[in-house]
Structures are given as structure tokens and as C-alpha cells.
Design a protein around this ligand. Structure first.
Ligand SMILES: Nc1nc2c(ncn2[C@@H]2O[C@H](COP(=O)(O)OP(=O)(O)OP(=O)(O)O)[C@@H](O)[C@H]2O)c(=O)[nH]1
Ligand SMILES: O=C(O)[C@H](O)COP(=O)(O)O
Length: 233
């Protein structure tokens, strides 16, 4: 049995991602944004949580190669059937391979914070249990389950409440953990406004990564900056 939770990162093909920004950003911008968010998520977990195995679930061979370059394992899906299907598939994979728990984190969190993720991992209770971190729109931005397939995943609108109800119905020990940074994912034009506000609030102290995300959304595509990104082996 592997005691350290498996970190699961589901990733849809970049060309299909961020459709809710379709009226605001061009397809090239959305794809570049999804790619950047994914790269930094892979880099973050490789750098700060090397003691945890990482698994990327994807239907895209290119994303699979990117994941491997960052030291993650890859679970292929035939097509992007939805986040819940990808999560169920990962959970079954994790259980069969002897992981005691899994932490699912989507690849579109604006500010990943090491302290928050450690706090979340420390919340892990005796199995069977679930820890749910809500998104600002009622979605679920992190979900820790022990065993990995302790519940059937219910991603979609208001999924934090759906996951809580499901966990309680199944008799799991269940916690809802509100984490300030983890609440913010980049889905809608309103989220872009929040990013803009955050950058203005930081002023001269704005973290480079936030500026890079903003540039990716606002620079004409032909001139899109591609900062070099270190891979982790
Ligand atoms: N493997 C896999 N990952 C998915 C799928 N759908 C969404 N994801 C991933 O789940 C995370 C959260 O995605 P969402 O916010 O639901 O979807 P999105 O593509 O980013 O944005 P929308 O197209 O606007 O819904 C991101 O990391 C996505 O890449 C899927 O069908 N399969
Ligand atoms: O809960 C969910 O379905 C995922 O986190 C996506 O939801 P959101 O992207 O709308 O927050």
C-alpha cells in the first residue's frame, strides 16, 4: 500500500479547453492559456511535492509527453468524456495500484500555494473519507479521497455541495476546507476581471506568473510571449 496520496491532474486537450471564455478570447489565446496553466501545475507539483507520485489523465498524446517531461505518469482516456469520468478512471487505477488515497487538482488554478496544499494533505482522516475544497463558483477545486474511489465523482455546477452530499450519503467522514488561493480557477470572463483586480491590488509586487497569465490573455496572438519553462526530471 502506498501511503502518500497520488496527485491526479486531469487535462483536456488544449484546443478544447476554456470554452467558457469563447466570447472573450480567441481560440489561440484559450489554447495558450490552458497550456500555460497546465505547465505551471505540473511544474508546481514536481517541485514542491516530489515525494508524491503524480498522474495526468488525458486523451492528448502531446499532453501525455508534457506530463512525462515533468516526471508524471500518464493515464490515457479514449476521448475527453468529462472530468468526472477522468476522475473515476484515475481512482480505479490508483486503487488497483495500491494507493491509499488520491488528491485531484484541476489544471486551471491561478495561484497554487504550497502551504495550502500541505494543509489539505494534513487534513486526511482515517479512511473512508473525503476532503472537499470549493471553488469560488461552487465547483470543486481539490478533492482528496481515501480510498481513491471512496465516492463517485460529481463534477459540474455546484459540485462542492454534490460531493459533500454524496460523501455523507455513503457514510464517509467528510470535511469542507476553504482555502483562499485554491478557490480561484480561471473559467469565465468574470474570473479574468478578478485576475485583473488581483494584479492591480499587488501593484509593483505582482508575482511574475500572474503578469504572464494576463499577458497571454491580452497580447495579440502573433506576438504571444513564450517564456522558457524548465522541465523537471
Ligand atoms: N482528462 C480530462 N480532463 C478534463 C476533462 N474536462 C475537463 N478536464 C480538466 O479538468 C480541469 C477543470 O476543467 P473545467 O474548468 O471543467 O474545463 P475547461 O476545459 O478548463 O473549461 P471549459 O471548457 O470552459 O469548461 C482542467 O484541468 C481540464 O483540463 C475531460 O473530459 N478529461
Ligand atoms: O467542480 C467542477 O466541476 C470543476 O472544478 C470545474 O468547475 P468550475 O471550473 O466551474 O469551478
Amino acid at each position: 500500500m502506498t501511503e502518500q496520496p497520488l496527485i491526479v491532474i486531469p487535462v483536456k486537450a488544449f484546443g478544447l479547453a476554456k470554452s467558457r471564455l469563447g466570447n472573450t478570447l480567441s481560440p489561440d489565446h484559450r489554447s495558450a492559456l490552458a497550456q500555460r496553466l497546465c505547465q505551471r501545475t505540473l511544474h508546481f507539483f514536481a517541485r514542491h511535492f516530489p515525494e508524491h507520485d503524480r498522474l495526468v489523465v488525458t486523451a492528448s498524446p502531446a499532453i501525455g509527453r508534457l506530463a512525462q517531461a515533468h516526471g508524471a505518469m500518464v493515464l490515457e482516456e479514449a476521448a475527453a468524456d468529462g472530468l468526472s469520468q477522468a476522475a473515476d478512471r484515475a481512482a480505479e487505477w490508483a486503487r488497483r495500484r495500491g494507493y491509499s488515497a488520491q488528491l485531484l487538482v484541476p489544471a486551471d488554478i491561478v495561484q497554487l500555494d504550497e502551504g495550502e496544499i500541505r494543509r489539505l494533505l494534513e487534513t486526511l482522516d482515517a479512511a473512508p473519507c473525503a476532503v472537499i475544497c470549493p471553488a469560488s463558483d461552487g465547483g470543486t477545486n481539490a478533492l482528496l479521497t481515501s480510498p481513491p474511489d471512496a465516492l463517485p465523482f460529481r463534477f459540474g455546477p455546484r459540485s462542492a455541495e454534490a460531493h459533500r452530499e454524496t460523501a455523507l450519503r455513503l457514510g464517509l467522514s467528510c470535511q469542507v476546507l476553504e482555502l483562499t488561493h485554491l478557490r480561484f480557477d480561471l473559467d469565465t470572463p468574470a474570473d479574468l476581471d478578478t485576475l485583473d483586480t488581483l494584479i492591480r491590488h499587488h501593484g509593483g509586487e505582482t508575482p511574475q506568473e500572474l503578469k504572464t497569465l494576463w499577458k497571454l490573455c491580452t497580447t495579440p496572438t502573433g506576438m504571444m510571449p513564450w517564456p522558457a519553462w524548465p522541465t523537471t526530471h
